[in-house]
Design a protein around this ligand. Structure first.
Ligand SMILES: *Cc1c(COP(=O)(O)O)cnc(C)c1O
Length: 395
């Protein structure tokens, strides 16, 4: 099987007609539909938030001939996960492409109302691993620390859609004092991952005070934030924000980019500021059907990320969140993509493919098989080209 796959991969080396090649450059999005808005407003992240697209009427005004699946999807969204798209990100939608990878991530379809029997409201079993509201403690030495239920825009496959945007009445209110107290009372916690919602929606001052309190806890060695703000709202990545974050080193940031078209000049400028503050950046992509479940697209994405000093960290199999079947790809597609990257390109460009175990088992790596056979005195391996090699084991 490996030889066959290797041949297909070699046959699929990128060419100039490759669709992924068309988004190789960091193009500026500019003001697009909002050309009459002054630059000072456009570049102000609070203006972007205030002017988000949240209603069917707004979308129909911008995208005439909206297909009924989307019109009905938008009507349904308010009962499941709110619709919100920043004007900046909305400009990335190609109105002539019904399968536009940006459109599919943020514009609801009526398929969201269909729930397959194996899909769940809380696919990673977070609520059952939550000792205090806002804390998910699943692994021995690190926790998820949720600080808000709001994001700049909402990903239609959001694993936390039960609580995020408050469309289902979950009514999440972080209790930061209790959460911080939990960290203080648990000396085994050496790594705190701030998430939500999107932590970078907090004001600079609020974020500063929160990070300061966590950083001051002796056993906390390492802080990080998971955010999609650099992609949805690059205007938020100001020098002042970076000056706050860099006070809490070692501090890492995880971003969420799924397709190379999302890496615009605006996003690159924000990522450059973060990297210049000495903050290592990782990317977490979600494997999505007809968005990025394709080797050429993923190769273009990971190469473009490295040019932004972002290390591809995880590629997630899409969680079994209710109403996400239309966006879910098969695990074997993910494995083919990893196999097509590993060895064929820079090792730093290859993310770890993981399945976050349904029900709450945590992230489980899934890898193409390179061990052909294993015996007490030798192991037979295959390389990325499908050639086999024998390695003797010490007795
Ligand atoms: C993903 C996750 C983490 C962080 O996992 P890493 O593999 O260390 O990046 C921590 N806690 C929870 C509950 C998570 O889902």
């Amino acid at each position: 099987m490996s030889n066959l796959i290797a041949e297909e991969i070699i046959a699929a080396e990128p060419s100039l007609s490759d669709p992924a090649e068309s988004c190789r450059d960091f193009e500026s999005v500019g003001k697009g539909y909002w050309s009459r808005v002054p630059d000072t407003d456009w570049n102000d992240w609070r203006w972007q938030l205030k002017n988000r697209i949240t209603t069917l009427e707004q979308i129909e005004a911008l995208l005439p001939d909206l297909p009924p699946e989307e019109r009905e999807g938008i009507r349904f969204a308010n009962r499941k996960l709110a619709l919100a798209i920043t004007p900046y990100f909305f400009n990335l939608i190609d109105p002539d492409d019904p399968l536009c990878p940006v459109r599919q991530q943020v514009i609801p379809r009526i398929d969201e109302s269909l729930t397959s029997p194996w899909e769940m409201r809380d696919p990673c079993g977070e609520d059952s691993h939550s000792p205090v509201p806002g804390i998910v403690h699943r692994y021995p030495d690190r926790i998820l620390f949720l600080v808000t239920d709001r994001c700049a825009a909402y990903c239609r496959y959001c694993t936390r859609s039960r609580m995020v945007s408050n469309a289902t009445g979950y009514d999440f209110h972080p209790e930061l004092d209790r959460q911080i107290d939990y960290v203080r009372r648990h000396p085994e916690i050496r790594d705190v991952l701030l998430s939500g919602g999107d932590p970078l929606l907090l004001s600079d001052g609020k974020l500063d005070r929160l990070l300061e309190r966590l950083h001051a806890i002796e056993h906390v060695e390492f802080l990080r934030i998971g955010t999609r703000i650099p992609v949805f709202l690059p205007q938020r990545i100001t020098d002042r924000l970076c000056a706050v974050l860099r006070r809490y080193h070692p501090f890492f940031l995880s971003v969420h980019v799924n397709h190379p078209v999302e890496l615009t000049a605006e996003v690159k400028a924000g990522l450059d500021r973060i990297a210049d503050a000495g903050i290592p950046i990782g990317n977490q992509s979600v494997l999505l059907r007809n968005v990025n479940d394709n080797l050429e697209i993923m190769r273009a994405l990971t190469h473009k990320l490295l040019r932004c000093r972002v290390r591809p960290y995880y590629l997630y199999q899409c969680d079994l969140i209710a109403g996400s079947a239309h966006l879910r790809s098969r695990i074997e597609r993910g494995l083919e993509i990893i196999e097509g990257l590993r060895g064929h390109t820079t090792g730093y460009a290859v993310p770890q493919f993981v399945v976050d175990a349904p029900g709450g088992g945590g992230k489980i790596p899934v890898n193409p098989e390179y061990v052909v056979s294993q015996e007490p005195d030798r192991i037979v391996l295959r390389n990325y080209e499908g050639r086999t090699f024998e390695y003797p084991e010490v007795p």
